[in-house]
Design a binder for this molecule. Structure first.
Ligand code: AGP
Length: 614
C-alpha cells in the first residue's frame, strides 16, 4: 500500500528510483510517479495512472538527468486513481514536490484554512494539502524548509511517511514518519530511502529505521541527520538488513505466490530452527523465557490481527487453549481498537502481522500497552514497526513474502503459535515432558510432510480446470480445520475474485445449506481428528443436496472417499498440526483457479500487501 523510494548520490537517479518502485510493486498500487531534481536545480515531476511500466513509457522522451529524486506508488485513499491524483504533489508555486504514504485525517480543515489564505488546489488528495501547508508556512514565516516541515507536521493528524525535494536544491531530501514505515539506506557516498529495504538491497545493507515523529535530513556529502519535531537531534542507529536479493526474485517460478507455496518446506525449517532443541525434548523461545513471569502470571491472552494473520490467530487460540489451558480471545484489530476493550495487567496481547506495519494492528498494540498489557508480537519483517512497538515477540523467519496473497507467512505464523503454546506449556507445566517431546518431534517433521503434500500439485492443477468457472464456493471445516476453511476461502476470493465463504461445517445447516446445489462446490477439510465422524455427517448433508465436494482427507481415508467427488490425501499428523498440512492444497487450488482465469495472482486488484492506512 503506497511505496516510497528516494535517492541522493552520483548513481543514475532515474534508474535507481524506477527499479526501486518495481521492487515495491508487491505492496499494491494504482499509479506511480517520480520527481527529479536536475544538477541545475530544475524540478521535473512525471506521473501516470497504472503500472510502473506505464511511467517508464511516459518518461522515455523526458529530461531524466538528476542528482536527487523521490518516487512513489499510490494506492488511492482520497481521490480516485488518476494521473492527477498520483504522487508526487507540488506546492502551488512548484517549489516543492512531496510523496506520502498514509492519510492526513484533518486534511479538510487544513485545506479550507489554506483556501482562505488564497491557496488553490488541483487534486482531491490529502497529500496536496500537506505540501501546500509546508510551503505556506515557509513563505509566511520566512523560515527554512526544515522548520516549515516541522511546523506543518505538528499540525497534521493522521499517519504519514513523506519525502520532499525542492527546486533549486539538488543536494537535499527531507523525509519524515509517523505510523507509516520509512527506512534510510546508507551507502558509500549515496543515500537511499524506501518504505522498506527492498528498493536498495543491492546497494547497501546498512539501514536506519526512521521512528515516529522523526525527520531525516539527507544532504550530499554530509552524514545523515535525524531530528524530532522539536528540533532535537536524535541518535542515528544503523542496523543491518536481513535479507538477500535472491529472496526478492522468482527463482524460476511463474509467480511469487507459487514460489512461496513451494518454499514452505524450507521456510518452516528456518522457522523451527534453534527453537526445538535437545533432540526435540524442549522448546526454546527467548521471547517467552526472557519474560517468564508474565507468562506464568497471565490469566488471559487476546490475539489481535487482520486477514490471514487473524486466521492464524484463531489457530493460536486453539493451540494455546489445548496445550496451556489459558483462555484466549481473538479480535480483529480494527474492531478491537474501537471497542473500549477491558484489559488488565495480567492479560497478554499477541499482535500478529506478516508485514509488521498493518495500521489497525499497530493501533491495537498502542491501546493494549496504554492499558498495561504485556504485548507480544509475531511478525515476519525484521525491524518493522510492530516488532519495535511490542515488549517481546518472535519472528517467523520465512523470508520476504512478495505475493499479496499470504501463504508461507500463514504457515510460519501457525508454526510460531505452536512453538509458543509448547513454550508456555513447558513453563506452566500444563503438558508433561513426554507430551512436549511428542508434539515437538512431529513439528520438526512438518517440513517433510509439507514437501509430501506439495506432490499433489499436478492433481490440483487438473482439478482446478473443473472448477475454474464456479461462481461461488463454500469452505467447511471443524475444530482446527475451521480457520483453515476461512483461510482457504480468503485465498480464493483474493486472487480469483470468486465469491467464497468459509464456515464451521456444523453451522452450515443454520443457513448456508440453502445455497447448496449442483453449481456450488464445497471444499471440505476433513483430516482424521476427533471431529472426523461429525464432519462425515456434514459431507453427507452436502452430498444429499446435490453439491459437489472436494475433500482434503488423511491418507488412507475410505469413508469420505466414497462420498466426495474428489479427494486430496495429505499425510497423517497429530491433530494440532493438521492446519500446517491441510492449508497447502487450498493454496494450490486457489492459485491454479486464478491462473486459469488469467488473473494477476501476485498483484490482485484493489489489494495491498502492507495495509498502512485504516
Ligand atoms: C492475506 O492473503 C491478505 N493479503 C491480508 O488478509 C493480510 O493477511 C492482512 O492484510 C494482514 O496483513 P499483515 O499480516 O501484514 O498484518
Amino acid at each position: 500500500m503506497c511505496g516510497i523510494v528516494g535517492y541522493l548520490g552520483d548513481g543514475n537517479v532515474y534508474e535507481i528510483l524506477i527499479n526501486g518502485l518495481k521492487r515495491l510493486e508487491y505492496r499494491g498500487y494504482d499509479s506511480a510517479g517520480i520527481a527529479l531534481v536536475s544538477p541545475e536545480g530544475k524540478l521535473n515531476v512525471y506521473k501516470t495512472l497504472g503500472k510502473v511500466s506505464n511511467l517508464e513509457a511516459y518518461c522515455r522522451d523526458k529530461n531524466l538527468t538528476a542528482r536527487a529524486g523521490i518516487a512513489h506508488t499510490r494506492w488511492a485513499t482520497h481521490g480516485e486513481p488518476s494521473d492527477c491524483n498520483a504522487h508526487p504533489h507540488y506546492s502551488e508555486d512548484g517549489r516543492l514536490a512531496l510523496v506520502h504514504n498514509g492519510t492526513i485525517e484533518n486534511y479538510q480543515v487544513l485545506r479550507e484554512a489554506l483556501q482562505q489564505h488564497g491557496c488553490h488546489f488541483s487534486t482531491q488528495t490529502d497529500t496536496e494539502v500537506l505540501v501546500q501547508l509546508i510551503e505556506y508556512i515557509r513563505t509566511s514565516n520566512s523560515c527554512t524548509l526544515i522548520e516549515a516541515v516541522r511546523e506543518a507536521l505538528k499540525q497534521v493528524v493522521g499517519a504519514y511517511a513523506v519525502a520532499i525535494v525542492e527546486r533549486g536544491n539538488p543536494d537535499t531530501i527531507i523525509a519524515a514518519r509517523k505510523s507509516s514505515p520509512l527506512v534510510v539506506g546508507i551507502g558509500d557516498g549515496e543515500t537511499f530511502l524506501g518504505s522498506d529495504g527492498t528498493p536498495f538491497i543491492e546497494y547497501t545493507d546498512k539501514v536506519v529505521y526512521v521512528q515516529d515523529d522523526e525527520i531525516a535530513v539527507i544532504t550530499r556529502d554530509q552524514p545523515l541527520k535525524i531530528i524530532n519535531l522539536d528540533n532535537e537531534e536524535t541518535k542515528v542507529d544503523v542496523k543491518k538488513l536481513e535479507f538477500s536479493i535472491a529472496q526478492l526474485e522468482k527463482g524460476g517460478y511463474d509467480h511469487f505466490m507459487l514460489k512461496e507455496i513451494f518454499e514452505q518446506p524450507s521456510t518452516l525449517t528456518d522457522c523451527i530452527r534453534g527453537r526445538v532443541v535437545d533432540n526435540a525434548q524442549r522448546v526454546l523461545l527467548n521471547g517467552v523465557f526472557d519474560h517468564k513471569e508474565k507468562f506464568m502470571d497471565c490469566n488471559r491472552i487476546i490475539v489481535v490481527a487482520c486477514g490471514t494473520s487473524w486466521h492464524a490467530g484463531l489457530l493460536g487460540k486453539q493451540l494455546i487453549q489445548d496445550l496451556c489451558a489459558i483462555p484466549v480471545e481473538v479480535e480483529y484489530a480494527s474492531e478491537f481498537r474501537y471497542s473500549h476493550p477491558v484489559i488488565t495487567e495480567r492479560d497478554i496481547v499477541i499482535a500478529v502481522s506478516q508485514s509488521g506495519e498493518t495500521a489497525d494492528t499497530l493501533a491495537a498494540i498502542q491501546i493494549a500497552k496504554a492499558k498495561g498489557a504485556f504485548v507480544y508480537g509475531i511478525s515476519n519483517v525484521v525491524g518493522a514497526s510492530i516488532p519495535r512497538e511490542t515488549h517481546s515477540g518472535t519472528y517467523i523467519h520465512v523470508g520476504p513474502e512478495i505475493g499479496v496473497a499470504s501463504t508461507k507467512a500463514f504457515t510460519g505464523q501457525v508454526t510460531v503459535f505452536t512453538l509458543l503454546a509448547l513454550a508456555i506449556a513447558q513453563l506452566r507445566g500444563t503438558l508433561t515432558q513426554p507430551q512436549i517431546a511428542e508434539v515437538s518431534g512431529h513439528l520438526q517433521q512438518i517440513p517433510h510432510y509439507v514437501k509430501e503434500t506439495l506432490k499433489l500439485n499436478d492433481k490440483i492443477r487438473q482439478l482446478s480446470l473443473i472448477y475454474t468457472y464456479a461462481r461461488n464456493f463454500l469452505y467447511l471445516g471443524r475444530g482446527y480445520s475451521y480457520p483453515v476453511a476461512l483461510e482457504g476461502a480468503l485465498k480464493l476470493k483474493e486472487i480469483s475474485y470468486i465469491h467464497a465463504e468459509g464456515y464451521p461445517a456444523a453451522e452450515m445447516k443454520h443457513g448456508p445449506i440453502a445455497l447448496i446445489d449442483s453449481e456450488m462446490p464445497s471444499v471440505i477439510i476433513a483430516p482424521h481428528d476427533h471431529l472426523y465422524d461429525k464432519i462425515v455427517s456434514n459431507v453427507q448433508q452436502v452430498k444429499s443436496r446435490g453439491g459437489s465436494i472436494i475433500a482434503i482427507v488423511t491418507k488412507g481415508d475410505t469413508v469420505i472417499r466414497d462420498l466426495a467427488d474428489h479427494v486430496l490425501e495429505v499425510p497423517d499428523v497429530p491433530e494440532c498440526l493438521t492446519p500446517l498440512i491441510t492449508s497447502i492444497p487450498l493454496q494450490l487450488l486457489s492459485y491454479y483457479i486464478a491462473i486459469n482465469k488469467g488473473k494477476d495472482v501476485d498483484m490482485p486488484r484493489n489489494l495491498a500487501k502492507s495495509v498502512t492506512v485504516e
